[in-house]
Design a protein around this ligand. Structure first.
Ligand code: AMP
Length: 397
C-alpha cells in the first residue's frame, strides 16, 4: 500500500486528493484558495471532518508545504515518505503529449512552452509540479493531460477550415479539453451497458461550469466541442461557446468598455453564457430558481443552454452515424434532472426517452425508458481517480 496525491493547480488555487493505492481509497481531500493574495484559505476534509484555516500563502511551494504539514497535523500521514506518487492535471498537452507521462526537466519545459494554448492553466500547473519536485524530489511525478484523450481525433475533426499555414506554422487546431472526464465516463458507461467500449457509439456530455461534448467511436474520440481553447462549444456558465467570429471586431468597435481583442475574449470567457444572458448568475441552480419564479431572462438562459446542448448532440449523432448511449456527467449533468429532461425531451426522434421515475436527483446509471432505442446514462465523473491510477500504472513501468 502506498499513498498517491492528485493535484489540480490553478493560478491561485490548488485542489488535491490523497488516495491509498492500489485500493483507490480516498483518505483526504482539500483545496487551497487565494494563493499569492492575502487571506488564503486552506480546507482539509478527512474522516467526515472538515478543517479550514485562513493565512497568507505566497506561492505554490508554500501551498504544497502547508498541505503536507496539514496531512501530518491531522494524523492522515505520519511521515512524508508514505507519499510515493503525485499526479498533476495539465490542461494543455498540445500535439506533443498524447498520453500521461513521467515528469522530468524536459517535460516541465515543454508544459511551460505550451502555455500559449492555456495561458491561465499551464503556468499554474508548472508551479504546482515544481513545488512538489522541490519538497518531495524522489516520488513518482506524473502529468495527466486534459487533451490526451482527444489526441486520437481524425484530422477532419481537428482542423479548422483556415489557411493551411495557420495549422502548420502556428498549430491552430482543435485540441479539446475535459478529456480525462470523457474517457473515464465512457469506460464506466461501457460497464453499465455490458459491452466493450470499442463496440459502442457514445456521446459523453460533461456539463458543469465548463461544458464539453465528445463523440466516441471505436473507443476513441471522433470529435469534441472544445476547440483551440476551452471557449468553444455549447453555451457555458460564463463562457459564450461558439459565436460568429465576425462579432469580435464589431463589438470591439461598439463597446466603449472593450479596448481590444484580449478584452473581448475576457468578456466571452467570464461575462457571457448563463451569466451574460440571465444577468443574475452563472450557477445553474440559481438559473433554475429564477426560471421557476418566472424571471424571463433566467428562462431564456435556460432554454438557450438546452438548445445549444441539443445542437451538439444532433451534430454528433450525424458524425457517429448512430448512437448507443448519451452520457451525462459533471455538476449539472449529474445533478440536474431538469436539464436532462429538457435536453432529452427534444431528442425523442433519435430514440432517446427518459423514464421520469429514474431521472431524479441522485440518479446514477441508466435513466432511460425500457425499450428505448438509445440509452441515456448518468455517470459521476472522477478525474482525480484517473490521475491516481495513471500514477500507479506509470510507477510500475
Ligand atoms: P462543476 O463545474 O462540474 O462543478 O459544475 C458546477 C455546476 O453544477 C454549477 O452550474 C451548479 O449550479 C451545477 N449544479 C450543482 N448541483 C446542481 C443541482 N442540484 N441542480 C442543478 N445544477 C447543479
Amino acid at each position: 500500500m502506498s499513498k498517491t496525491i492528485s493535484i489540480n493547480a490553478g493560478s491561485s488555487s490548488l485542489k488535491w486528493q490523497l488516495y491509498e493505492m492500489p485500493a483507490e481509497k480516498v483518505l483526504a481531500k482539500g483545496i487551497i484558495e487565494r494563493i499569492g493574495l492575502n487571506d488564503s484559505i486552506s480546507t482539509v476534509k478527512y474522516d467526515g471532518k472538515s478543517d479550514s484555516q485562513t493565512l497568507d500563502i505566497a506561492d505554490h511551494t508554500q501551498a504544497v508545504k502547508l498541505l503536507l504539514d496539514d496531512l501530518q497535523k491531522h494524523g492522515i500521514i505520519k511521515d512524508f515518505a508514505e507519499i510515493t506518487g503525485v499526479g498533476h492535471r495539465v490542461v494543455a498537452g498540445g500535439e506533443y503529449f498524447k498520453e500521461s507521462c513521467l515528469i522530468g526537466d524536459v517535460e516541465i519545459d515543454k508544459i511551460e512552452a505550451l502555455s500559449a494554448l492555456a495561458p491561465l492553466h499551464n503556468p499554474a500547473h508548472v508551479a504546482g509540479i515544481r513545488a512538489f519536485k522541490e519538497l518531495l524530489p524522489d516520488i513518482t511525478s506524473v502529468a495527466v493531460f486534459d487533451t490526451a484523450f482527444h489526441a486520437s481525433m481524425p484530422e477532419v475533426s481537428y482542423r479548422y477550415p483556415l489557411p493551411t499555414k495557420y495549422y502548420e506554422e502556428y498549430q491552430a487546431r482543435k485540441y479539446g479539453a475535459h478529456g480525462t472526464s470523457h474517457q473515464y465516463v465512457a469506460n464506466e458507461a461501457a460497464k453499465v451497458l455490458g459491452k466493450p467500449l470499442e463496440e459502442l457509439k457514445l456521446i459523453t456530455a460533461h456539463i458543469g461550469n465548463g461544458v464539453s461534448l465528445t463523440a466516441i467511436k471505436d473507443g476513441k474520440c471522433l470529435d469534441t466541442s472544445m476547440g483551440f481553447t476551452p471557449l468553444a462549444g455549447p453555451m457555458m456558465g460564463t463562457r459564450s461557446g461558439d459565436i460568429d467570429p465576425a462579432l469580435i471586431p464589431y463589438l470591439i468597435e461598439k463597446d466603449p468598455d472593450v479596448k481590444d481583442a484580449a478584452d473581448l475574449i475576457n468578456v466571452l470567457n467570464k461575462q457571457s453564457g448563463l451569466l451574460g444572458v440571465s444577468e443574475t448568475s452563472s450557477d445553474m441552480r440559481e438559473i433554475q430558481d429564477g426560471k421557476a419564479k418566472g424571471d424571463p431572462k433566467a428562462s431564456l438562459a435556460f432554454d438557450m443552454f438546452v438548445n445549444r446542448l441539443q445542437r451538439f448532440i444532433g451534430q454528433y449523432v450525424a458524425e457517429l452515424n448512430g448512437l448507443d448511449a448519451l452520457v451525462f456527467t459533471a455538476g449539472i449533468g449529474e445533478n440536474s434532472a431538469e436539464i436532462r429532461e429538457a435536453v432529452v425531451s427534444g431528442l425523442s426522434w433519435f430514440g432517446m426517452l427518459l423514464d421520469p421515475a429514474k431521472n431524479v436527483f441522485g440518479a446514477e446509471g441508466d435513466i432511460s425508458k425500457d425499450g428505448a432505442a438509445v440509452r441515456v446514462l448518468v455517470i459521476p465523473t472522477d478525474e482525480e481517480l484517473v490521475i491516481a491510477r495513471d500514477v500507479e500504472r506509470l510507477k510500475k513501468v
